[in-house]
Design a protein around this ligand. Structure first.
Ligand code: PLP
Length: 462
């Protein structure tokens, strides 16, 4: 037998360990009951493999940890700010930088600078905090993503693309003066970590420049997007991820960034801009909300770790392994016949609870149930993205009934190994094999705002 295929391995070795505790089924039964079947209410020490989110859960490198010791904690003009500014200029290409405590801090300032009450902000699907700040500043968000993004079985390679006809229809309806900018995310988190193509972004940019509309990038996951462009878009296969990232940013006028994702830190973010006038306004506003414009709510050491994270994020071995790990889990689940959203996204695998538990009606909370059962099975923590997350209709008081009823398995960067991935796959497959015995839930406590964080449930009997 001649086989030349070698196994894949993580492109790092482990220097410091954090012990994990394997709990018993009885312990998990108790913990989940105490948490009201809500994975957000579990204590982290009762969790074995934590796939709740990839936000701020990254493992930093030895270079980043070493950088913490070089924190210049001066109130004004910290050396780490200038290092961060240089890294953003070099890798993202924007002229001006305003650091913020995390992504939403940048979204708040940007929205206040660019939006007037009564404006419209089109975007390739909403993100929770981004839309909240646009609305708080007086704008109406309009979804202009292509229809395929809403279909969990569509294999479109760039489900994050903007539908230019939808965009043009909005601009014709309300007038370009009422559209301060187009909000473009790369990749699109709420669509399942799906990328936007360079061709589409270029077309959006050309369209907007002709109309005097700005393009603002949500760059939180733009490195992951660059990897998909390299893998899927003709003409980019021989470009480096760093080159693709620079080109992405070149079609936009500025970016908001949550460093807690791509940039391999536990806290941090920034707003980056090319236009001097908007920058001056943003630099002034940041003083009100975040802190002086050379620290923006961050310690000097945090800015240093983020500057180093920017350099590491675009290393091909890293990004290949990061997305490769998600792909590996998704691919193995597909092979086992488990229903998941395709194509597999950049940061998470989404179990399709509607097809996983077809005997449960949506009012029995299939995704919430599945997330709870997965925890009971294996101690793995995931997140519901379905009817609970969608909340209630403000007019009728009834639930919103989203098309997608999903459980998100989100992979923190550089935290778990191939063996943890195997355990995850095996746990999901075992659950799938006994899926018919799974009973639904009823909601016994419902908070008024963002109910998915704090709602409580009980198992339905019978
Ligand atoms: C996490 C995230 C944000 C918000 O950033 P925070 O750091 O959590 O405030 C914005 N956009 C996208 C795409 C995200 O994933």
């Amino acid at each position: 037998m001649t086989t030349t295929k070698r196994s894949w391995a993580e492109p790092y070795k482990i220097k410091m360990v954090e012990p994990l505790r394997v709990t018993t089924r009885e312990e998990r039964e108790r913990a989940l009951r105490e948490a009201g079947w809500n994975t957000f209410l579990l204590r982290s020490e009762d969790v074995y493999i934590d796939l709740l989110t990839d936000s701020g859960t990254n493992a930093m490198s030895d270079r980043q940890w070493a950088g913490l010791m070089l924190g210049d904690e001066a109130y004004a003009g910290s050396a780490n700010f200038y290092r961060l500014e240089a890294a953003v200029r070099k890798f993202y290409g924007y002229k001006y930088l305003v650091p913020t405590h995390q992504g939403r801090g940048a979204e708040n300032i940007l929205s206040q600078c660019l939006i007037k009450p009564g404006d419209y902000v089109p975007g390739n699907m909403y993100f929770t905090t981004t839309r909240a700040h646009q609305e708080l500043a007086g704008a109406t968000f309009v979804d202009v993503i292509i229809d395929e993004a809403h279909d969990p079985t569509s294999e479109h390679p760039f489900k994050g693309n903007v539908d230019l006809e939808k965009l043009d229809a909005l601009v014709k309806r309300v007038g370009a003066q009422k559209v301060p900018y187009v909000s473009v995310a790369a990749t699109v988190n709420m669509a399942g970590g799906q990328p936007i193509s360079m061709k589409n972004l270029r077309e959006v940019s050309e369209y907007c420049r002709a109309k005097g509309i700005k393009v603002i990038l949500d760059a939180t996951r733009a490195v992951e997007n660059a990897w998909f462009v390299k893998r899927r878009e003709k003409g980019y296969e021989h470009k480096s991820v760093a080159e693709i990232l620079r080109e992405t940013c070149s079609y936009t006028d500025g970016a908001t960034m949550s460093g807690k994702k791509d940039l391999l830190v536990n806290i941090g973010g920034f707003l980056a801009l090319n236009d001097e006038k908007t920058f001056e306004e943003a630099r002034n506003l940041v003083v009100v909300y975040e802190g002086l414009h050379t620290y923006g709510g961050l310690a000097g050491r945090d800015m240093e770790a983020m500057a180093r994270g920017i350099e590491e994020a675009v290393e091909e071995a890293h990004i290949r392994a990061r997305i490769g790990q998600v792909e590996y889990v998704g691919q193995r689940l597909l092979e086992a016949g488990v229903p998941i959203v395709v194509p597999i996204g950049g940061h998470a695998v989404f179990l399709d609870a509607t097809r996983f538990l077809p005997h449960l009606p949506q009012v029995a909370f299939p995704a919430q149930t599945l997330a709870g059962e997965l925890y009971l099975e294996s101690g793995i923590r995931a997140m519901e993205r379905g009817i609970v997350s969608a909340g209630r209709n403000r007019e009728t008081g009834d639930h919103n009934y989203p098309k997608l009823e999903l459980v998100r398995l989100t992979f923190p960067r550089r935290v778990y190994t191939q063996a943890h991935c195997d355990v995850t796959v095996e746990s999901v497959v075992e659950l799938y094999e006994r899926r018919r015995s799974i009973k639904g839930l009823r909601m016994v406590y419902e908070p008024k705002y963002l109910r998915f964080f704090q709602a409580r449930f009980d198992r339905l009997e019978g």
